[in-house]
Design a binder for this molecule. Structure first.
Ligand SMILES: O=C(O)CCC(=O)C(=O)O
Ligand SMILES: [Fe+2]
Length: 360
């Protein structure tokens, strides 16, 4: 792909938008990789030894957007103290929501199985785990279905520009996943759906991260042909590698990553294009979300087109003159009616599924 020099901000925006029409996003993975590498402090590019994730407080919105957003992960340490959710405890959840069903994954000797169980059953086993046998509650719907709890999570200034709100509600991704893991539980190694900017806020416990700057897909045995399964489809970028397995990691000496530990009250932002894997070192409660904003909307829209539910041929030719927000509005107006209907149907189905007391 052609390399483009950064010029005046206005030219850059115009070129980026034009690239949506061309099916060629200038802010592609290679561009991001180059940007990311500029943040490394040492010459040999050994990311594991010299790249780090800053922990910042009093970070201005401008500095967040200019220095980190879409380029390099950052942890902000002073946004969650005002969240009522920072006081959430297992006792509170067991007493108030113990009978609500949640979705979780159990891992026993590398075999992962999904279940739907009452929350109290999960909580009764929260302290029972080993490196090979663990449980991870990962539920996208629980907080959506309990708006009084969701209200305990506040929006920091960094996520206020939220273009996902411009999508029709029936295809808008759920934006508040409850993540509660036993010690040793872990996510897969993945890039987030639509290549969005991910957020992850730890309420209690300790989460350990491996975050990989873009451009290393060929080293990661990314599973081909996977789909997100959302009504507005997208390609899923997942690897079966477990970078928290020291044997597997030892066999991958070429992979470059940054590591960071995230504690209670700390919120992490993960840029598009970064494969990442999280490991809960102790029982850990967190919520994750996502952002589409002026810094990443071309990347996110590109993934929506790649999903194949709609194409760019009907976009107006003057799209390059439009503000980012209007581009998202114009693109989302192209989503076909049958996709919107499918979105409604799937939401209802997912909610019903939660009430079925069986293995998923
Ligand atoms: O905390 C975790 O397990 C990782 C969550 C994550 O990567 C995600 O929600 O996309
Ligand atoms: Fe993720």
């Amino acid at each position: 792909m052609e390399e483009v020099q950064i010029t005046a901000a206005q030219t850059e925006i115009s070129e980026n938008i034009q690239s949506i029409l061309n099916g060629q996003t200038r802010n592609d993975v290679e561009f991001q990789r180059q940007e990311s590498l500029k943040h490394l402090s040492c010459s040999d590019r050994q990311i594991g030894s010299c790249g780090k994730v800053d922990k910042r407080h009093n970070l201005s919105l401008q500095e967040f957007l200019d220095v980190y957003d879409g380029k390099w992960p950052v942890i902000v340490t002073d946004v969650m103290s005002a969240w009522p959710a920072i006081n959430w405890t297992a006792d509170f959840f067991k007493k108030e929501y113990g009978r609500s069903r949640v979705t979780m994954t159990t891992c026993a000797n590398s075999e992962r199985t999904g279940f739907s169980v009452p929350l109290e059953i999960f909580l009764d086993h929260l302290h029972l785990s080993t490196p090979k046998t663990w449980t991870y509650l990962q539920d996208e719907l629980f907080l959506i279905q309990h708006p009084e709890l969701r209200a305990h999570i506040l929006q920091p200034i960094y996520t206020e520009e939220d273009f996902f709100q411009l999508l029709p509600a029936s295809v808008r991704p759920w934006d508040c996943m409850l993540l509660w893991g036993t010690a040793h539980s872990r996510s897969s190694l993945h890039i987030d759906p639509y290549n969005w900017t991910g957020t992850n806020a730890v309420i209690s416990g300790l989460k350990r991260w491996k975050l990989l700057p873009p451009g290393q897909d060929q080293l990661l045995s990314v599973r081909p042909g996977m789909r997100c399964g959302f009504p507005l489809e997208c390609v899923k970028y997942n690897s079966d590698l477990d970078l928290f397995d020291s044997v597997q990691l030892g066999n991958l000496p070429e992979i470059k990553y940054v590591e960071v530990d995230q504690g209670p009250g700390e919120m992490l932002f993960i840029p598009p294009g970064w494969f990442h894997q999280a490991y809960n070192a102790v029982p850990t409660l967190a919520v994750s979300g996502q952002m589409m904003n002026s810094n990443n909307y071309q990347i996110v829209l590109e993934e929506m087109f790649k999903g194949g539910n709609f194409d760019r041929s009907a976009l107006p030719k003057n799209i390059d003159l439009m503000a980012p927000k209007n581009v998202v509005k114009v693109v989302s107006a192209q989503i076909p009616q049958h996709v919107l209907e499918e979105g409604l149907r799937r939401t209802e189905e997912a909610i019903q599924q939660l009430h079925v007391p069986s293995q998923l």
